[in-house]
Ligand binder design. Structure first.
Ligand SMILES: [Zn+2]
Ligand SMILES: [Zn+2]
Length: 263
Protein backbone atom coordinates (compact mmCIF):
# COMPACT_ATOMS: atom_id res chain seq x y z
CA UNK A 1 0.00 0.00 0.00
CA UNK A 2 1.44 3.41 -0.91
CA UNK A 3 2.08 5.80 1.93
CA UNK A 4 -0.33 8.73 2.36
CA UNK A 5 0.85 12.35 2.05
CA UNK A 6 2.87 13.77 4.94
CA UNK A 7 0.86 16.90 5.70
CA UNK A 8 2.85 18.22 8.70
CA UNK A 9 6.52 18.98 8.05
CA UNK A 10 8.77 21.78 9.31
CA UNK A 11 11.83 23.15 7.53
CA UNK A 12 14.41 25.93 7.90
CA UNK A 13 11.44 28.33 7.78
CA UNK A 14 10.34 27.22 11.26
CA UNK A 15 11.97 28.82 14.32
CA UNK A 16 12.53 25.47 16.04
CA UNK A 17 13.97 23.54 13.09
CA UNK A 18 17.67 24.45 12.87
CA UNK A 19 18.30 21.16 11.04
CA UNK A 20 15.34 21.60 8.71
CA UNK A 21 15.68 21.77 4.94
CA UNK A 22 12.79 22.08 2.51
CA UNK A 23 14.86 20.84 -0.38
CA UNK A 24 16.22 17.78 1.39
CA UNK A 25 12.77 17.02 2.80
CA UNK A 26 11.48 16.87 -0.79
CA UNK A 27 14.31 14.50 -1.69
CA UNK A 28 13.46 12.34 1.30
CA UNK A 29 9.74 12.34 0.40
CA UNK A 30 10.57 11.05 -3.08
CA UNK A 31 12.98 8.47 -1.64
CA UNK A 32 10.29 6.96 0.64
CA UNK A 33 7.61 7.17 -2.07
CA UNK A 34 5.29 9.88 -0.76
CA UNK A 35 2.78 11.27 -3.25
CA UNK A 36 2.73 14.67 -1.53
CA UNK A 37 4.27 16.72 1.26
CA UNK A 38 2.99 19.85 3.01
CA UNK A 39 5.34 22.35 4.63
CA UNK A 40 3.46 23.64 7.65
CA UNK A 41 5.78 26.11 9.32
CA UNK A 42 5.05 27.49 12.77
CA UNK A 43 3.07 30.67 13.28
CA UNK A 44 3.43 31.08 17.05
CA UNK A 45 2.22 34.60 17.72
CA UNK A 46 3.11 34.52 21.40
CA UNK A 47 6.78 34.14 20.38
CA UNK A 48 6.50 36.63 17.53
CA UNK A 49 5.35 39.25 20.03
CA UNK A 50 8.31 38.44 22.27
CA UNK A 51 10.62 38.81 19.27
CA UNK A 52 11.67 35.15 19.51
CA UNK A 53 10.27 34.12 16.18
CA UNK A 54 9.21 35.66 12.90
CA UNK A 55 7.17 34.58 9.94
CA UNK A 56 8.90 35.27 6.62
CA UNK A 57 6.16 34.38 4.19
CA UNK A 58 7.89 35.84 1.13
CA UNK A 59 11.03 33.79 1.69
CA UNK A 60 8.97 30.73 2.45
CA UNK A 61 6.90 31.01 -0.73
CA UNK A 62 10.08 31.52 -2.81
CA UNK A 63 11.42 28.33 -1.36
CA UNK A 64 8.16 26.48 -2.14
CA UNK A 65 8.34 27.67 -5.75
CA UNK A 66 11.99 26.63 -6.10
CA UNK A 67 11.16 23.14 -4.82
CA UNK A 68 8.09 22.81 -7.07
CA UNK A 69 10.28 23.64 -10.07
CA UNK A 70 12.96 21.19 -8.99
CA UNK A 71 10.85 18.21 -7.86
CA UNK A 72 8.18 17.89 -10.51
CA UNK A 73 7.05 14.37 -9.57
CA UNK A 74 6.17 15.34 -6.02
CA UNK A 75 3.10 17.32 -5.06
CA UNK A 76 4.34 20.13 -2.79
CA UNK A 77 1.73 21.83 -0.66
CA UNK A 78 2.11 25.11 1.18
CA UNK A 79 0.82 25.41 4.69
CA UNK A 80 1.06 26.70 8.22
CA UNK A 81 0.74 25.37 11.75
CA UNK A 82 -1.21 27.97 13.70
CA UNK A 83 -0.34 27.95 17.39
CA UNK A 84 -3.27 29.06 19.60
CA UNK A 85 -4.92 30.97 16.71
CA UNK A 86 -7.95 31.86 18.86
CA UNK A 87 -5.70 33.96 21.11
CA UNK A 88 -4.50 35.98 18.10
CA UNK A 89 -7.43 36.34 15.69
CA UNK A 90 -6.17 39.51 13.97
CA UNK A 91 -2.66 38.14 13.30
CA UNK A 92 -4.11 34.84 12.12
CA UNK A 93 -6.56 36.50 9.73
CA UNK A 94 -3.80 38.67 8.30
CA UNK A 95 -1.53 35.69 7.72
CA UNK A 96 -4.24 33.61 6.06
CA UNK A 97 -5.15 36.53 3.79
CA UNK A 98 -1.58 37.02 2.63
CA UNK A 99 -1.18 33.92 0.53
CA UNK A 100 -2.94 30.80 -0.63
CA UNK A 101 -2.08 28.09 1.90
CA UNK A 102 -3.05 24.54 1.00
CA UNK A 103 -2.82 23.07 4.47
CA UNK A 104 -3.81 24.91 7.64
CA UNK A 105 -3.25 23.09 10.94
CA UNK A 106 -4.69 24.26 14.24
CA UNK A 107 -2.52 23.43 17.25
CA UNK A 108 -2.45 24.01 20.94
CA UNK A 109 1.03 23.97 22.45
CA UNK A 110 0.48 26.28 25.42
CA UNK A 111 -2.00 26.81 28.20
CA UNK A 112 -2.13 29.67 30.68
CA UNK A 113 -0.93 28.89 34.18
CA UNK A 114 -1.37 31.80 36.59
CA UNK A 115 -1.62 34.11 33.61
CA UNK A 116 1.59 32.87 32.03
CA UNK A 117 1.79 30.91 28.79
CA UNK A 118 3.34 27.51 29.41
CA UNK A 119 4.15 25.03 26.64
CA UNK A 120 3.25 21.40 27.36
CA UNK A 121 6.97 20.56 27.11
CA UNK A 122 7.33 22.54 30.35
CA UNK A 123 4.46 20.85 32.19
CA UNK A 124 6.76 18.40 34.04
CA UNK A 125 8.66 21.39 35.42
CA UNK A 126 5.93 23.98 35.76
CA UNK A 127 2.84 21.90 36.48
CA UNK A 128 4.21 18.97 38.48
CA UNK A 129 1.99 19.83 41.47
CA UNK A 130 -1.13 19.12 39.43
CA UNK A 131 0.01 17.45 36.26
CA UNK A 132 -3.37 15.87 35.35
CA UNK A 133 -4.95 19.28 35.92
CA UNK A 134 -2.61 20.85 33.34
CA UNK A 135 -3.38 18.07 30.86
CA UNK A 136 -7.11 18.58 31.42
CA UNK A 137 -6.65 22.30 30.84
CA UNK A 138 -4.78 21.48 27.62
CA UNK A 139 -7.85 19.66 26.29
CA UNK A 140 -10.14 22.49 27.42
CA UNK A 141 -7.96 24.99 25.52
CA UNK A 142 -8.10 22.74 22.45
CA UNK A 143 -11.89 22.72 22.68
CA UNK A 144 -11.88 26.52 22.90
CA UNK A 145 -9.75 26.71 19.74
CA UNK A 146 -11.99 24.31 17.83
CA UNK A 147 -15.11 26.21 18.88
CA UNK A 148 -13.60 29.65 18.22
CA UNK A 149 -14.49 29.81 14.54
CA UNK A 150 -10.83 30.19 13.53
CA UNK A 151 -10.03 29.01 10.02
CA UNK A 152 -8.16 25.73 10.04
CA UNK A 153 -9.10 22.42 8.48
CA UNK A 154 -7.10 20.06 10.59
CA UNK A 155 -6.73 19.51 14.29
CA UNK A 156 -3.07 18.66 14.91
CA UNK A 157 -1.62 16.42 17.66
CA UNK A 158 -4.73 16.32 19.85
CA UNK A 159 -2.85 14.81 22.82
CA UNK A 160 0.45 16.69 22.50
CA UNK A 161 1.19 16.71 26.28
CA UNK A 162 1.80 12.97 26.16
CA UNK A 163 5.12 13.67 24.42
CA UNK A 164 6.34 15.31 27.60
CA UNK A 165 4.88 13.13 30.32
CA UNK A 166 6.01 13.67 33.90
CA UNK A 167 8.34 10.94 35.19
CA UNK A 168 6.61 9.04 37.92
CA UNK A 169 3.14 10.30 37.07
CA UNK A 170 0.39 7.82 36.34
CA UNK A 171 0.98 6.83 32.69
CA UNK A 172 -1.14 8.51 30.05
CA UNK A 173 -4.40 6.71 29.41
CA UNK A 174 -7.00 8.24 27.14
CA UNK A 175 -9.75 6.89 29.42
CA UNK A 176 -8.59 9.22 32.22
CA UNK A 177 -9.41 12.24 30.01
CA UNK A 178 -12.27 10.70 28.08
CA UNK A 179 -14.83 13.43 28.76
CA UNK A 180 -12.46 16.22 27.70
CA UNK A 181 -11.20 14.39 24.60
CA UNK A 182 -14.67 13.42 23.44
CA UNK A 183 -15.82 17.04 23.76
CA UNK A 184 -12.96 18.13 21.48
CA UNK A 185 -13.70 15.37 18.95
CA UNK A 186 -17.40 16.16 18.93
CA UNK A 187 -16.77 19.84 18.25
CA UNK A 188 -14.20 19.00 15.56
CA UNK A 189 -16.60 16.62 13.83
CA UNK A 190 -19.43 19.14 14.00
CA UNK A 191 -17.25 21.77 12.31
CA UNK A 192 -16.06 19.39 9.57
CA UNK A 193 -12.47 19.26 10.77
CA UNK A 194 -9.98 16.53 9.88
CA UNK A 195 -8.18 14.67 12.66
CA UNK A 196 -4.41 14.45 12.29
CA UNK A 197 -2.53 11.35 13.38
CA UNK A 198 0.84 12.75 14.34
CA UNK A 199 3.76 10.32 14.29
CA UNK A 200 6.48 12.40 15.96
CA UNK A 201 9.11 10.20 17.49
CA UNK A 202 8.42 7.19 15.33
CA UNK A 203 6.10 4.98 17.23
CA UNK A 204 4.34 7.37 19.59
CA UNK A 205 1.11 8.04 17.75
CA UNK A 206 -0.81 11.15 18.68
CA UNK A 207 -3.56 10.18 18.93
CA UNK A 208 -3.51 6.41 19.22
CA UNK A 209 -6.29 3.96 18.35
CA UNK A 210 -8.61 4.67 21.29
CA UNK A 211 -9.08 8.28 20.21
CA UNK A 212 -9.35 7.44 16.50
CA UNK A 213 -12.13 4.99 17.37
CA UNK A 214 -13.92 7.70 19.40
CA UNK A 215 -13.47 10.03 16.42
CA UNK A 216 -15.30 7.57 14.16
CA UNK A 217 -18.00 6.95 16.75
CA UNK A 218 -18.63 10.69 17.17
CA UNK A 219 -19.06 11.31 13.46
CA UNK A 220 -15.51 12.26 12.44
CA UNK A 221 -15.25 11.90 8.67
CA UNK A 222 -11.57 11.96 7.83
CA UNK A 223 -8.04 11.38 9.06
CA UNK A 224 -4.71 12.65 7.75
CA UNK A 225 -1.10 11.96 8.66
CA UNK A 226 1.72 14.19 9.79
CA UNK A 227 5.25 13.26 10.85
CA UNK A 228 5.86 16.69 12.43
CA UNK A 229 9.41 16.23 11.10
CA UNK A 230 11.82 19.03 12.00
CA UNK A 231 14.60 17.50 9.86
CA UNK A 232 14.53 15.67 6.52
CA UNK A 233 15.27 12.15 7.76
CA UNK A 234 12.12 12.20 9.91
CA UNK A 235 9.71 12.78 7.01
CA UNK A 236 6.97 10.09 7.03
CA UNK A 237 8.57 8.35 10.00
CA UNK A 238 6.12 5.99 11.69
CA UNK A 239 3.62 6.09 8.82
CA UNK A 240 3.43 2.30 8.38
CA UNK A 241 2.32 1.66 11.93
CA UNK A 242 0.05 4.73 11.86
CA UNK A 243 -1.79 3.68 8.71
CA UNK A 244 -2.32 0.17 10.10
CA UNK A 245 -3.71 1.63 13.30
CA UNK A 246 -6.09 4.00 11.48
CA UNK A 247 -7.33 1.23 9.23
CA UNK A 248 -8.13 -0.99 12.17
CA UNK A 249 -10.00 1.93 13.75
CA UNK A 250 -12.37 1.93 10.79
CA UNK A 251 -11.01 4.43 8.26
CA UNK A 252 -10.25 3.38 4.71
CA UNK A 253 -7.28 4.22 2.54
CA UNK A 254 -8.29 6.55 -0.24
CA UNK A 255 -8.12 5.24 -3.79
CA UNK A 256 -6.56 8.54 -4.82
CA UNK A 257 -3.22 8.59 -2.97
CA UNK A 258 -3.58 12.36 -2.51
CA UNK A 259 -6.93 12.11 -0.74
CA UNK A 260 -7.76 11.92 2.96
CA UNK A 261 -8.66 8.61 4.56
CA UNK A 262 -12.38 8.47 5.20
CA UNK A 263 -14.73 6.30 7.28
ZN1 LIG B 1 2.77 21.42 16.98
ZN1 LIG C 1 4.50 20.87 14.05
Amino acid sequence: MPLPPDLHVHTEWSWDAPHGSMERSCERAIEVGLPAIAFTEHADWALVHKGQHSVDLAGYFDSIERCRAKFKGLSILSGVELGEPHWYPAETAELLASGPLDQVLGSIHCIRINGEMVDASQFPERAAADFPGAVREYFRETLAMVESGQTFETLAHIDYPKRYWLDGAKPYREADYEGEIRAVLKAAAATGRVLEVNTTRGRVLSPDITVVRWWRELGGQAVQYGSDAHQPDKVAEGFKVATQMVESAGFKPARDPMALWRR
